[in-house]
Design a protein around this ligand. Structure first.
Ligand SMILES: Cc1ncc(COP(=O)(O)O)c(C=O)c1O
Length: 379
């Protein structure tokens, strides 16, 4: 499809190319010095003590669950309005995800009130997801978790560079998980990162990331180790030097690119005023500093969403949906929800949400074109 304005676009240039070339010419491709620098720089950006780079955020979420001791018989509270990976990570461990609602049509992040209703004696953790790069109510969520002895894992896939009360999103809970998939605010193609302030948790995550081995190829290459023990049933969730090199360049561009996203969002908000309240624009108020990962709108009740998206497509403007709710997927049909709280806000918004294009290179003219197309599609 030849889009006039795609949903997203990456900001790649000569810097990424020469970073990759530098790695290739170094002849060291697996996790080593470049990955260590990437971990240090990313953790510093978030304001966390440790960064542990992995091959994607799904792996990061799985590792976080394993390292928090989650397993069969446990329950983990998650939003349904998220990418399926958030809930899948729980199921990989044998535990059961329990779905909580979001706050309101304006605030699409997990609701503390709904979390409270999901609590049982089996609950071990809460995974929050900072929808669109907008912070969940972390002071209230962490206070509730502390009161009940629950771990908080942050799915920060949307929120690289976002913060709340001066603390990076991802650094509020026990572990934060980031994605560097190709549509994210900073990308390495595939890639991810865990952050934590907890030294023991960091050691555990590093160990589990690489088969539970006590020494890596890099340490043996450096002459620091001859052999190794395997101390846990781990995984191969390692990143490599090529992805890390791209990540370092992308990280250096993150603040500038998030500021560009913020400008586009401000312009969208301004221009879409004409269509409000028929069209709703979530996150008119929000906590802290957003990463502005996606730009969601809610169509009027009863408006045919498919017809709207078809009209946008005919005008060569790409749109998307964030998200089909996880609890409605066929693969989740077997989970017993009979005694669970209902999800009225999630069920209200999921049929009406449409995501408009947002990326750092989106110009003022592009935003005008998208809004024109929205007006046309509304008729
Ligand atoms: C909210 C959320 N969680 C998790 C993931 C999984 O990330 P990855 O593709 O890096 O495994 C994504 C990526 O699309 C996401 O948007």
């Amino acid at each position: 499809m030849d889009w006039l304005i795609p949903l997203g676009d990456i900001d790649f240039g000569e810097e990424e190319e020469s970073a990759v070339l530098g790695v290739l010419r170094s002849r060291w491709l697996t996790m080593g010095g470049v990955s260590q620098s990437f971990e240090r720089e990313f953790a510093d950006m978030v304001g966390a003590r440790h960064g542990i780079a992995v091959n994607n955020a799904t792996a990061a979420l799985h590792l976080a669950c394993v390292a928090c001791g989650i397993g069969p018989g446990d329950e983990v509270i998650v939003p349904s309005l998220t990418f399926v990976a958030t809930a899948n990570a729980v199921r990989y461990t044998g535990a059961t995800p329990v779905f909580a609602d979001v706050v309101s049509e304006d605030d699409l992040t997990i609701s503390v009130e709904s979390i409270e209703k999901c609590l049982t004696e089996k609950t071990r953790a809460i995974i929050v997801m900072h929808y669109g790069g907008y912070a969940c109510d972390m002071p209230a969520i962490t206070a509730f978790a502390d009161q009940h002895g629950l771990a908080v894992i942050e799915d920060a896939a949307h929120s690289a560079g976002a913060s709340l009360e001066g603390r990076g999103l991802g650094s509020w809970g026990k572990v934060g998980c980031y994605s560097f998939f190709s549509n994210k605010n900073m990308t390495t193609g595939e890639g991810g990162m865990l952050v934590t302030d907890d030294d023991a948790m960091s050691d555990k995550l590093r160990n589990l990331r690489s088969h539970g081995m006590t020494a890596m190829t890099w340490e043996r290459h450096k002459g620091h180790a001859w052999s190794y023990d395997v101390t846990a049933l781990g995984y191969n969730y390692r990143i490599d030097e090529i992805h890390s090199a791209i990540g370092r360049v992308q990280l250096a561009k993150l603040a500038r690119n998030n500021a560009r996203r913020a400008q586009a969002v401000a312009q969208y908000n301004d221009l879409l005023q004409e269509l409000v309240p028929a069209v709703q624009v979530p996150f008119q108020s929000y906590r802290g500093v957003s990463a502005f990962h996606i730009f969601p709108i809610l169509l009027p009740k009863g408006k045919d969403r498919l017809a709207f998206m078809e009209s946008m497509k005919a005008q060569r403007v790409q749109t998307s949906i964030h998200y089909p709710p996880v609890h409605k997927f066929s693969a989740y049909a077997g989970l017993d929800r009979s005694s669970r709280p209902s999800l009225p806000v999630t069920e209200e918004v999921v049929g009406r949400e449409v995501t408009l294009p947002l990326y750092p290179g989106l110009t003022e003219n592009d935003v005008l074109t998208v809004v024109q197309a929205v007006k046309q599609a509304m008729n």
